[in-house]
Structure formats: structure tokens, C-alpha cells
Design a protein around this ligand. Structure first.
Ligand code: 3HC
Length: 311
């Protein structure tokens, strides 16, 4: 009966076994994973927009090639993740409809504008840096297809992170104008990067069940703390400042303490009223409409092939 199956399911999780698509799982486990993985995939696809805006304006061919490679990687991450979500029984069309209709969430971070080229390096360093902390945690996830997708994605994110950090460190030691651009970008992206990891644990309704079933192996605040502990000292060592007057290192715990996060801003952005939410959804809707001919051609080709096979 259900309780017996649930006990066996939870025993498998406790033994560190991976749950695979054909295995029995509680409906809530399936729903949570569809929610998280599809929103993760949407984040990767929408995440191409802020950076894509600078591909035609990269300062050198080398920077342009690195940026094109990074944006292509994000597209691929979106594909792996949509596929991982499909193993749970949701269709690609249903996920896309949820995004394009504005019903589905995607990461708040991509609703901020990229105002100068220094934003591109700062996104690589801070946004991909935060993503690596979150995705390294998710690589331990109890659901097989998700954790395997994370292993592949983390390897590529490491490159994104390194190229971003290298850029910002270069500009921090560059001309006064370059240093000012790097500082301005850190000032605008620091707090949104902290918010990316989600609300505080006490305000996180999904974390308890996700931790219980091994989907999350760390909480939002733990991942956020890992991010701050790595990036705060490195930004300061680069001679840049961090826009948090209360930030300080706590010898006792080895953690960097930070000031209050503006959760009103976070919920405004999550509910669609961020600086760029409208533009992001419009861009996705336009791309979907302009790409309709590709989908139609694929369907026509598949139908022709099937007809030929049946002839
Ligand atoms: N942006 C938008 N919505 C967010 C959010 C954020 N940064 N953080 C939390 N939320 C939403 C949650 O989705 C949830 O709403 P829902 O129940 O309607 O989905 C609500 O706020 C409450 O938050 P919870 O903490 O209870 O939600 P979770 O337990 O799901 O934790 C999370 C949030 C840590 C983002 C988790 O969902 C997660 O790990 N998701 C998978 C990873 C992911 O999506 N990362 C986004 C970054 S994109 C990226 O990495 C691209 C890279 O290439 C840069």
C-alpha cells in the first residue's frame, strides 16, 4: 500500500540511491522536480538574453568568441534540463506555454539589465559563481536525470566563471574608466546575485520536503553563505568594494556576515515587476513566433519520413 511504498522510497533516498524515471515516486516528488527542473531550464534560456545583447558589441574578437561559446552553452543547458523534466511526464509544449504565458518562474537574476561590457564579466564571475554553488549541490540530487545533467553543466559553468573573473580582475587593475565600470557592475549585481539563491530558509516553503527527499542537499542560506565566503574576499582583494556596509568577516564561524537583503525587491522581480521582466518575456515570445517555421518544417519532414516508411 501507499505507506509501505513511501517507506521503501525514503529508505532508498536514505541509502543514497538515485531515483530513475521508471521508479515509483510520490506524486509530490514528481511535482517538485517538474517545478524546479522546468524553471531551471527556463532560467538558462532566458539567461541567454542579458549576455546576448553584448555579442555584437564585444570589445575584441577573443571576447566575442568566448561570449558566443558561453551563450551557446546556456542554450545547451536549457535543452538538457527540458529533457530531464520530460522524463517526469511533462511535455516540452506544456513547459514552453507556462513560460511564454508568464505563469512559470525563472531566475530573478535575469530580469536585470546589462548596462556596460563590465556587466558581462560580472555576470560570469558572480551569477555563474552563484549558479555553480547551487548546481554543485544539485549534482548530488536524488533524481538521476537531474543530478547527471548537473554534472555536465557544472563542468561548463566552471569555464564561464573563470572567464568572468579574469575579465573583472583585469578591469579592476586597468584604466580608471575600466575600474569605474567594474565597480559600477559589482554595485548593481551583488545583491541580485545573493537573492538568486532564494528566500531565507525560514521563508522557503519548498526546502523542507526537498531536503527530506534529497532533491536539495543544502538549504538556500547554506548555498548563499558558500557563495559569499568565496566571492567577498576575492572582490575586496581586487581593490573593489562591495555595496554592503554591514559586510564583515566573522572569525568565530569563518563566514562573511552580510546586511539585510531587500526581499521586497526580490518578490517584485519574481512577480514580474523587475527592471526587464517585460522585455525578457517579449523576447522569448518573439523568438518562439519567429521559430515556428522550423517546428513546422520538422513536423512536415517527420510526417514525410513516416509516410515513406509505411509505404
Ligand atoms: N528567482 C525566481 N524565483 C525564485 C527564486 C529566484 N532566484 N528563488 C526562489 N524562487 C521561487 C521558488 O521557485 C518558489 O516559487 P514556486 O514554488 O512557485 O516555484 C518560491 O520562490 C519560494 O522559494 P523556495 O526557496 O521555497 O523555492 P526552492 O526550494 O525551489 O528554492 C531555488 C529556490 C534555490 C532557486 C531552487 O528552485 C533551485 O535550486 N532551482 C534549480 C536551480 C535554478 O533554477 N537556478 C537558477 C539559476 S539559473 C542558472 O544557473 C543559469 C546559469 O547558467 C547562470
Amino acid at each position: 500500500d501507499y505507506n509501505e511504498r513511501l517507506r521503501e522510497f525514503e529508505a532508498r533516498i536514505a541509502r543514497g540511491e538515485k531515483i530513475e524515471p521508471g521508479d515509483w515516486m510520490p506524486e509530490e516528488y514528481r511535482r517538485q522536480l517538474i517545478r524546479m527542473i522546468s524553471q531551471h531550464a527556463h532560467s538558462e534560456v532566458v539567461g541567454m538574453l542579458p549576455e546576448g545583447a553584448w555579442i555584437t558589441r564585444a570589445p575584441t574578437l577573443k571576447r566575442k568568441m568566448i561570449l558566443v561559446a558561453k551563450v551557446q552553452d546556456e542554450a545547451g543547458h536549457g535543452q538538457y534540463l527540458y529533457h530531464a523534466a520530460e522524463t517526469l511526464g511533462i511535455s516540452r509544449e506544456a513547459m514552453l506555454e507556462a513560460l511564454l504565458s508568464g505563469k512559470a518562474k525563472y531566475s530573478s537574476i535575469f530580469n536585470y539589465p546589462t548596462l556596460t561590457w563590465a556587466d558581462i564579466g560580472t555576470i560570469g564571475w558572480l551569477v555563474d559563481g552563484a549558479a555553480i554553488k547551487n548546481q554543485t549541490m544539485l549534482a548530488q540530487c536524488s533524481y538521476g536525470p537531474y543530478s547527471r545533467a548537473m554534472v555536465r553543466i557544472c563542468a561548463e559553468e566552471t569555464f564561464h566563471h573563470k572567464q568572468g573573473k579574469e575579465m573583472v580582475l583585469l578591469y579592476a587593475k586597468g584604466t580608471p574608466k575600466q575600474r569605474q565600470m567594474a565597480q559600477d557592475a559589482i554595485n548593481r549585481w551583488w545583491w541580485p546575485a545573493l537573492m538568486m539563491m532564494g528566500p531565507h530558509d525560514k521563508d522557503s516553503p519548498n526546502t523542507e520536503i526537498l531536503v527530506r527527499w534529497g532533491i536539495k542537499t543544502k538549504t538556500n542560506d547554506q548555498v548563499r553563505q558558500e557563495f559569499i565566503n568565496e566571492h567577498a574576499p576575492e572582490i575586496l582583494e581586487a581593490g573593489l568594494s562591495i555595496p554592503d556596509p554591514e559586510l564583515r568577516y566573522d572569525e568565530q564561524t569563518g563566514n562573511w556576515r552580510h546586511g539585510p537583503i531587500n526581499w521586497d525587491e526580490f518578490w517584485q522581480v519574481v512577480s514580474g515587476n523587475g527592471p526587464m521582466n517585460k522585455e525578457r518575456l517579449e523576447a522569448r515570445r518573439r523568438a518562439h513566433a519567429e521559430g515556428a517555421w522550423v517546428r513546422e518544417a520538422l513536423e512536415a519532414y517527420a510526417a514525410k519520413k513516416q509516410k515513406a516508411a509505411l509505404a
